[in-house]
Design a binder for this molecule. Structure first.
Ligand code: ZN
Length: 370
């Protein structure tokens, strides 16, 4: 029986974002502290997968450094030249995206990990998979880094699936709490990739992720933004999947689903204001597994994005990998009881209003689909 694929490389943790007060670089008026996008959250996630024994139930997939040519399927030559220079000197590659020497080499491995996992899933070497990579990718634009993201891991992998593996249609379901603006931009005029982003309304980037942004040209109707208000909990997320995400997938009928997976919609995250729990992520994962089995032979690839609470993210991640693999680690999330009992987990009227509005958007979108 096929296992769940898992991508990890300790080198991902050696991408050094330096000192910052959260996201603000340390300086004369800013006391140094560890940058919020540090290795710790991801390494602790991996450590829990190891310590729980779950790692033994997974199939490890090797990464590889992607080539310049592969980077250029999504990014511009000018931006690649900038990254190559900063790979020696270090510096900021764009908007809030610190690099150190070697960061591009590590980013090439991270994207290569997602590509190799995609290859393994499509070629039935594994049943589905999770790539625990770093640096993240979903804010990176063709010509600039943004929001800690250097290369667009998910978008480059989607291009690989279309151009090298010969798939016809890919759907991206980005559940990071921040808008998946990179893939939106890259595929805005491309009907072969349905980009879905469910995110906290206008959180990051500023003025990004509106329902009205639905694609253009031949891509009109193939970008679906689902903003949710701050304070959204598990029931509203599940309703959003039931009424919006899953129906969109069923109608689009992708050959592959890629999930840019951030856990910063989790309760306690410092960069988001949502209320998700490990059980909530488990449920959403199961819904995506069911959809992928109905629509595309179970082809479901997740690649790690944000999530900045080093105490809670490992349990969110463990729940997702348990669901993907159908295996139990035997470890219970010690935060689940307190997170589940917090106010806001039940669907509120103002949250439902956002879902109702997005349902109208979905009707508009599908009216353009052939
Ligand atoms: Zn995020």
């Amino acid at each position: 029986m096929l296992k769940t694929g898992f991508v990890w490389n300790e080198k991902y943790m050696w991408h050094d974002t330096g000192n910052a007060a959260g996201i603000i670089p340390a300086g004369f008026n800013v006391q140094p502290l560890q940058h919020v996008e540090s290795a710790e959250t991801k390494r602790r996630f991996k450590n829990l997968v190891d310590a729980s024994g779950l790692i033994k139930k997974l199939e490890l997939i090797d990464d590889r450094p992607i080539s310049d040519q592969e980077i250029l399927t999504v990014h511009t030559p000018e931006y690649l030249a900038k990254l190559i220079k900063l790979n020696t000197t270090g510096g900021d590659a764009g908007v809030f995206s610190p690099m150190r020497a070697g960061s591009l080499d590590i980013a090439r491995l991270a994207t290569g990990g997602v590509i190799e996992l995609t290859d393994a899933v499509v070629n039935r070497k594994v049943k589905n998979g999770y790539a625990l990579v770093r640096p993240p990718g979903h804010h990176a634009l063709p010509d600039t880094a943004m929001g800690f993201c250097l290369l667009s891991n998910a978008a480059i992998s989607a291009k690989y699936a279309l151009e090298t593996l010969g798939l016809k249609k890919v759907a991206l379901v980005d559940w990071d709490v921040h808008h998946g603006n990179g893939a939106e931009h890259i595929f805005y005029q491309d009907p072969s990739v349905l980009t879905i982003s469910i995110h906290q309304d206008n959180c990051f980037p500023p003025d990004s992720g509106a329902r009205e942004d639905i694609g253009s040209d031949v891509g009109l109707g193939y970008n679906f933004n689902i903003p949710l208000p701050p304070g959204t909990g598990v029931e509203a997320y599940i309703k959003s999947f039931e009424r919006l995400v899953i129906p969109a997938l069923e109608k689009f009928k992708p050959d592959l689903i890629i999930v840019p997976s951030g856990f910063d919609a989790g309760a306690y995250d410092p960069l988001g204001r949502q209320m998700m729990t490990s059980q909530g992520y488990r449920t959403l994962t199961q819904m995506l597994i069911n959809a992928s089995e109905n629509l595309c032979h179970g082809r479901l690839v997740m690649c790690h994005e944000g999530g900045y609470n080093p105490s809670t993210v490992p349990y969110h991640g463990l729940a997702v990998i348990e669901a993907l693999s159908g295996e139990s680690s035997g470890i219970e999330d010690p935060f689940l009881e307190i997170h589940s009992g917090m106010g806001g987990q039940i669907l509120n009227n103002h949250q439902e209003a956002y879902i109702n509005a997005a349902e109208l958007t979905l009707k508009t979108l599908t009216s353009y689909w052939k």
